[in-house]
Design a protein around this ligand. Sequence first.
Ligand code: NAD
Length: 336
Amino acid sequence: MKIAVFSTRSYDREFLSAAAGTTASFTGTHTFFYHDVHLRPETVLLAKGCDSICAFVNDQLDGAVLADLKRGGTRLVALRCAGYNNVDLITAKELGIPVVRVPAYSPEAVAEHTVALILALNRKIYRAYRQVRDGNFSLEGLVGFNLHGKTVGLIGTGRIGVAVAKILGPGFGCKLLGYDPQPNPHCESFGVHYTELSALLTNSDIVSLHAPLVPATVHLINEQTISLMKDGVMLVNTSRGGLVETTAVIDAVKTGKIGYLGLDVYEEETELFFDDFSLQVISDDVFARLLTFPNVVITGHQAFLTNEALQHIAQATVENIVEFATTGTWRNQVRT
Ligand code: NAD
């Protein structure tokens, strides 16, 4: 099979090529064609003649793009990520194009990045780094708080939520609250006490989001839910940008209701993240406002980005493609 791989960067190519080269049933039979551009209506032609496309979180797989892919010969969409909110699954089903994904890859990678954001915000690591490099060893403005004994609310307690619980409960000695329509029995062994969403928001010093982006979670964090939170709360989102109504969060940072904000994802990230705009003007005023606050730390959707996770993603993607080509069954198919 020919596979058009979109949105690739050096690390994607390195790990996908390594996985392809060490998987006997892939080498010589299937070929990756790497493209650095995102999949969009204007780039879909690059997939013409390819049996499969391999896409990432910000590639556009709406009805029109899927129909174009079908016309060009695509028989499989292989996502090299867990989330699939960027795919019109109903149209894919109608067109008879199965969508497969990498359901779980190193949840610890995302969990550890979540904790990195919490610590960077709380202990003001970025400010301290800049000050010390300037020869400023004053500790003014660097006072943090002990995580030990603080209450952390985990919204979504699946694979990543439980990995965060493991670090923060037994590790840091935090009290843990969880909200999840499907409570995870593993979480309770790390001290997570399940509660209603409102009680979690009211009682948490830190709220961390680990739920998928589905209709029920769009703007889960909004003016009303923020109003329930403690004054000066820390909010961390390493899940999907759409969980948070960004303008409401900005208002809350301005009033001090939110005292610390850590984001690895942003609801309008599609046009920004994964590319270098350092020589251009950022035209997204909402994002630009976020960048002005001293108590906001943003990373560009890098929580997954570890050697271990990339290796796992690449291997699982190669195996998904081999499985499709050889057995006609799709263990990791996303179903509507
Ligand atoms: P998962 O499927 O294992 O867990 C998600 C949990 O959220 C489940 O337990 C589910 O019951 C729960 N949930 C569903 N609806 C909910 C709701 N309305 N409120 C609260 N909880 C709800 O997924 P995971 O592997 O833990 O990943 C969580 C999310 O992290 C993914 O959906 C993805 O969007 C995001 N993610 C981000 C990165 C990154 O690099 N930033 C990487 C991987 C995954």
